[in-house]
Design a protein around this ligand. Structure first.
Ligand SMILES: Cc1cc2nc3c(=O)[nH]c(=O)nc-3n(C[C@H](O)[C@H](O)[C@H](O)COP(=O)(O)OP(=O)(O)OC[C@H]3O[C@@H](n4cnc5c(N)ncnc54)[C@H](O)[C@@H]3O)c2cc1C
Length: 384
């Protein structure tokens, strides 16, 4: 659903210009320094990009899902690490509070997340619990008006910069599976909370992950999301449903950028006396990529509209994440191929994008987990 074409058009235009004029020229610097430059963080704050998906009454722009994916198509046309900086405040780092938080929690945290004054992150994965997230081992034991958290979270995006963490922990030690899990907001600086060293990743330099460790970490009971035990896993799954659509949209955007770069290269590079773009085998790679990007774009927009209309899009969100992230990998591979040897060396951005986009098939639910979700939903629906 688009609420106001004109306002959205202005936002998308300014984001598109910001990407073209400010971010793309900084891609090499980002990769070399492993840091988003401070002036970019400031510009993102000024553009309101930290609060796109936070309700207006808490200082955000309250984009609908359709508006959000249109935004993601644009911001993703550059190094994904730029988007990652605002990704957690708009997505997994705030949506637990937006969807299920108490009024007090919303008033306390959302305005500061929306302005970019604080950074949020989402801590579900653990060393022994990845795809099987419901098997998580971090515990939260009630002690008076606090909960005492113990456990380790792994690969937590923006954790090194984060001011608050949405943490899923087991409140019923005997309970198995999701119904024994609750979600908490834990503030940086809480005694007993510490960070591991920053992970050395394959790509997406400038976006950081690390372990988050809880050792007898006392969290006020008022920070139990929604004030209710046992519903934290459901909160996490609702957050991820939305996140999967967002990541699928990012895949569409970045694939479009890689294809533009490959097309430009194919038209400039000459072999056998003509631009390589004239060879039909190169054209096939260009055409297949264009068709697949278009298909993914249509899927993402359709699922976003269904979600805005109030539908349950669990299956569609998984279909989008599965198809768009795999599509993005195929486009990256073809773009390297079209660049030939130049695609394998770091002078061209495609070598970097190839590594950056590999992540999309892994986080927020691997491709195999999306397949399982889709098939499980199909079987359940067929049984009813
Ligand atoms: C850069 C980065 C950022 C991340 N950010 C966050 C974050 O902010 N917050 C957070 O909580 N987590 C985050 N993660 C964690 C991410 O979500 C997990 O890595 C992912 O869910 C996979 O879990 P795993 O790594 O434990 O792999 P595993 O679950 O061990 O999977 C290994 C392989 O087995 C396959 N597999 C597992 N189960 C099945 C099955 N039942 N059937 C078939 N195949 C299966 C998987 O698809 C995969 O191919 C991040 C990860 C990375 C790398």
């Amino acid at each position: 659903m688009i609420r106001d074409e004109e306002t959205l058009g202005l936002l998308l235009d300014s984001v598109s210009r910001f990407v073209r004029e400010q971010l793309i020229p900084l891609e090499d610097e980002l990769a070399e320094t492993d840091r988003v430059p401070a002036q970019v963080v400031e510009q993102m704050r000024e553009l309101g990009l930290f609060g796109l998906c936070i309700p207006e009454e808490y200082g955000g722009l309250a984009l609908t899902m359709e508006e959000e994916v249109l935004f993601a198509f644009e911001i993703a046309r550059t190094s994904p690490a730029f988007r990652s900086l605002i990704g957690t405040n708009n997505g997994i780092g705030s949506q637990g509070i937006v969807i299920d938080g108490t009024e007090e929690q919303k008033r306390n945290y959302l305005p500061r997340l929306a302005s970019g004054e604080i950074i949020g992150s989402f801590a579900l994965t653990e060393p022994e619990s990845g795809s099987d997230a419901a098997s998580l081992r971090t515990t939260a034991v009630r002690d008076g008006d606090h909960y005492v958290l113990n456990g380790t979270k792994r690969f937590i995006t923006n954790a090194p910069q984060a001011d608050i963490f949405t943490v899923m922990a087991r409140t019923d030690p005997k309970g198995k599976g999701g119904n024994a899990i609750s979600a908490f907001i834990v503030e940086k600086g809480t005694p007993g909370l510490s960070l591991g060293k920053v992970d050395k990743k394959m790509g997406q330099r400038g976006a950081h992950t690390c372990d988050v460790v809880f050792e007898d970490c006392r969290v006020p009971a008022a920070n139990l999301i929604g004030g209710k035990e046992g519903v934290g896993f459901k909160t996490a799954m609702k957050v991820l449903d939305k996140g999967r659509l967002h990541i699928a949209a990012v895949c569409v955007g970045v694939a479009g950028r890689m294809l533009d770069d490959a097309l430009r290269y194919a038209m400039e590079r000459r072999q056998f006396g003509q631009p390589i773009a004239q060879f039909q085998l190169i054209q096939a790679m260009l055409a297949d990529s264009r068709a697949e990007i278009y298909a993914a774009r249509c899927m993402v927009l359709d699922a976003a509209r269904r979600r805005d209309a109030g539908g349950d899009v669990s299956t569609e969100a998984s279909c989008c994440k599965l198809f768009a992230s795999e599509m993005c990998g195929r486009v990256a591979d073809r773009a390297v191929q079209i660049h030939g040897g130049a695609g394998y060396v770091s002078d061209y951005s495609i070598e970097r994008f190839y590594r950056d986009v590999r992540l999309f098939r892994i986080y927020e639910g691997t491709t195999q987990i999306q397949q399982l979700v889709i098939a499980r939903n199909m079987i359940r629906e067929a049984g009813n």
